[in-house]
Ligand binder design. Structure first.
Ligand code: HEM
Length: 182
């Protein structure tokens, strides 16, 4: 029987998830390479468009997921509300956050290499902050799994605090890339 908690992508095995992540990476890499080959004149502008769209999607998910954890941590394990949050969190992670992070990284690294040759203090600072952001992403992905298994032990206050981490990193990253202060 398909329940709310076990339906859809929540029922995918770790192997299926891995295959989907690898597929997303391969498709993105192929797209970026193709654009580089087919439209060399304005490839940079198009990759930047792709990068900014992916950043928007990644950040939308990273700002919303810990907010879901705030409410989920107050729901009774096994209740219908809790099971609904599980589906919302798993789908947000797998359909939006994971693919958007991959596209952001691939397009961002391509720009860093093509336009700046990986030089510039602001770029190194930005990459360091994006590594921290990716660490937060990994932590949230682990939390989705723990919530799924009803093993969350963190309070809603903790998740409220974690909600601010992607916000602060995002502000600093955007200042670095736009102002380029060093
Ligand atoms: C994954 C690692 C990332 C790398 C290597 C990277 C690198 C770059 C590079 C080289 C540019 C072009 C900058 C220019 O032409 O002046 C760029 C543009 C941009 N990046 Fe990233 N980026 C990354 C992730 C992010 C993230 C996480 C954010 C936001 C939270 C972000 C926000 C932006 C924005 C808003 C622009 C457009 C700036 C402009 O055109 O003036 N990037 N990125």
């Amino acid at each position: 029987m398909t329940t709310v908690g076990s339906g859809g992508s929540a029922a995918m095995s770790p192997r299926q998830r891995m295959i989907r992540a690898v597929l997303a990476l391969v498709i993105t890499l192929a797209g970026v390479l193709l654009l580089g080959v087919l439209a060399p004149a304005n490839a940079v502008a198009w990759i930047k468009v792709l990068h900014v769209l992916a950043v928007i999607s990644w950040m939308a998910g990273m700002l919303y997921l810990p907010r879901l954890f705030v409410y989920h941590s107050q729901a009774t394990p096994g209740s219908e509300t809790s099971e609904t949050f599980k589906v919302m969190e798993r789908k947000l992670l797998e359909y939006i956050i994971n693919p958007a992070m991959i596209v952001t990284w691939v397009a961002g690294l391509w720009l860093a290499w093509q336009v700046f040759g990986f030089r510039g203090g602001w770029l190194h600072g930005k990459i360091a902050l994006v590594i921290l952001l990716s660490g937060a992403h990994g932590f949230f992905a682990g939390a989705v799994r723990r919530f799924e298994e009803d093993r969350n032990t963190r309070s809603h206050g903790f998740w409220r605090m974690m909600n601010e981490v992607p916000t602060v990193l995002m502000v600093l990253i955007v200042i670095l890339v736009i102002v380029k202060p060093f």
